[in-house]
Design a protein around this ligand. Structure first.
Ligand code: NA7
Length: 528
């Protein structure tokens, strides 16, 4: 008999909820977590200004009405410390930590076909066996650490936003460089701008950003709490797993110019990621997208005093929404201060790091601290970091030309290995909490089904997987999403195969497909 019914990799939001659900089934489960505590993303990403860009009333568990009622969020968008306290509260409330092994990284998974069990090897040299493994490893959990010549010679401090020191970093009065202008870079830059002596930002691609319009939410929280079940149901069926008033949205092609302007302004004033839902065809129709992109460009030009600098901060090379949009709290205004400067590395490439700073073009920018906000090996990075073997093949080899999954939940040839928010599911294109809970519930129901029917083994039929991979690619090709060099495409990692990885057909549609497959006796899966 294997040591455990299930081993769960990761103690972030997915792993914790998965443990809770498996305990309810009476399964023996162990979570293995590389970090020293629960929280995943919110454990590691402690950089100044770190904040969720999905609203707190949406970015929270829905599985327990008591938990929903007892926890009070203080702001529309919760800060990293507040989210971390929430996760810790959840872990305590359901007494989860007794089944979690911390500070331990899973290095290898080996499927034993005869025993019908996985052997899970960890970096402390231990190995455990389990009937099934659930990878709750996160979509943005393996940092991308690009090579910069001379980095090891730098005499000052270097930090990554994705593994920020727990004791914090004192940046007051220091000369600081930030490389990277995605969500993490924008938040860091905005937060440290007022504190540092000087700040030089190295930008490869400018980001579209929508104001957060953050603030206290007491009244709204009360109102939503009074109807949380109905509220959550709407989120589960919404296109991006949170409510953006999509039923009220029209197609751009059917809208007159006044309506277009009014709708863009309304969404801009509402703030947040729902901007991409202004028109139903915003991510499909180039004209619709250009109207929304141009509106944002104009806002940036208004915010930045120096028109030449504004031109550099304005994204022009890709449609809004095709790379992950950012939510900001005064990012562009930061550049109106004399001690903040921007280096466009397309004009002045970073040549090397010296003991004193960064050489870009012909200029050496002397700094005390370099902050890398250079992103992640998204969606496949965490699974490919583990040596996963089954039937003489590795998952890495199988995925060399891009991930291949059925529903983003399993991959053919790798029995009893489940993924929470895997590639080819909506995951990173959605409110992660909605997607996480849906996947955990789906996997839990599948395991219950296997148990009830005395079945030991589940894996996708290769033909069903092929079909799903083609479907996800075909849907992506109907949109503007694959036109950008984004991390959705794997384009930020040198040598990574460029394929569009998430399912872009919408959270509600995806749920209907997966629900249908479960009720049709797991059509497309082999159960033995
Ligand atoms: P992102 O969004 O991937 O941002 C990383 C940034 O770093 C982005 O501006 C990159 O430019 C830049 N980058 C990456 N590699 C380099 C090199 N080698 N040189 C210069 N600049 C580089 O990651 P974040 O952590 O900001 O956000 C991740 C998610 O967290 C976010 O989407 C939300 O879900 C929350 P590029 O655009 O690739 O040209």
């Amino acid at each position: 008999m294997p040591d455990h019914d299930a081993i769960i990799i990761g103690a972030g939001f997915s792993g914790l909820y998965q443990l809770h659900r498996l305990r309810e089934l009476g399964f023996s489960a162990r979570v293995i977590e590389a970090g020293g505590d629960v929280g995943g993303t919110w454990y590691w990403n402690r950089y100044p200004g770190a904040r969720c860009d999905v609203e707190s009333i949406e970015y929270s568990y829905s599985f327990d009405p008591e938990l929903e009622q007892e926890w009070d969020w203080s702001e529309r968008y919760a800060s990293q410390p507040e989210i971390l306290s929430y996760v810790q509260h959840v872990a305590q409330r359901y007494d989860l930590c007794r089944d979690i092994t911390f500070n331990t990284r899973v290095e290898a998974l080996d499927w034993d076909d005869e025993a019908e069990a996985w052997t899970v090897t960890t970096d402390d040299g231990a190995s455990r066996t389990a009937r099934c493994v659930i990878a709750a490893t996160g979509c943005l959990s393996v940092p991308s650490t690009p090579e910069f010549e001379g980095r090891e010679d730098f005499a000052g401090e270097q930090h990554w936003t994705s593994s920020w020191p727990h004791e914090g970093v004192d940046l007051a009065g220091k000369r600081v460089a930030v490389i990277g202008t995605g969500s993490s870079g924008l938040q860091t830059i905005t937060a440290i701008g007022p504190v540092v002596r000087s700040l030089v930002v190295f930008q490869r691609t400018p980001s579209y950003a929508i104001p957060a319009r953050n603030g206290p939410i007491d009244e709204r929280l009360r109102e939503v709490k009074a109807r949380y079940p109905e509220f959550r149901e709407l989120s589960r069926m919404a296109r991006i797993g949170m409510q953006c008033g999509e039923d009220d949205a029209n197609d751009y092609v059917d809208s007159d110019p006044e309506t277009v302007q009014r709708e863009l302004e309304r969404r801009w004033l509402d703030g947040g990621l729902c901007y991409t839902q202004t028109f139903r065809d915003l991510l499909r129709d180039a004209d619709a997208n250009e109207a929304a992109s141009e509106y944002l460009r104009e806002q940036i030009r208004r915010k930045v005093d120096d028109p030449e600098l504004a031109d550099k901060l304005v994204p022009t090379t890709y449609p809004v929404g095709s790379k992950r949009m950012c939510v900001d709290t005064g990012y562009f205004e930061t550049f109106n201060h004399d001690h903040v400067s921007l280096v466009d590395i397309n004009e002045e490439p970073i040549r090397r790091i010296t003991p004193r700073g960064i050489v870009a073009g012909d200029t050496e920018h002397q700094v005390d601290v370099i902050i890398f906000a250079t992103g992640f090996d998204a969606m496949t990075g965490a699974l490919n970091a583990i040596d996963i073997r089954s039937g003489g093949q590795t998952l890495r080899e199988k995925w060399a030309s891009g991930p291949r999954t059925y529903l983003g939940l399993m991959s053919a040839g790798f029995p009893n290995l489940f993924m929470i928010t895997g590639p080819q599911s909506p995951s990173v294109l959605s409110n992660m909490m909605t997607s996480i809970e849906y996947h955990v519930d789906w996997v839990t129901n599948a395991l219950q089904h296997l148990h009830d029917h005395a079945l030991h083994r589940m894996e996708p039929d290769p033909a069903a997987e092929e079909n799903w991979v083609n479907t996800t690619n075909d849907i992506a090709d109907l949109t503007l999403m694959p036109t950008a060099a984004s991390w959705y495409m794997g384009a930020n990692i040198p040598g990574k195969k460029r394929v569009f990885m998430p399912f872009v057909g919408g959270v509600g549609t995806y749920k209907q497909v997966c629900d249908g497959i479960a009720t049709s006796h797991y059509h497309g899966f082999e159960l033995t």
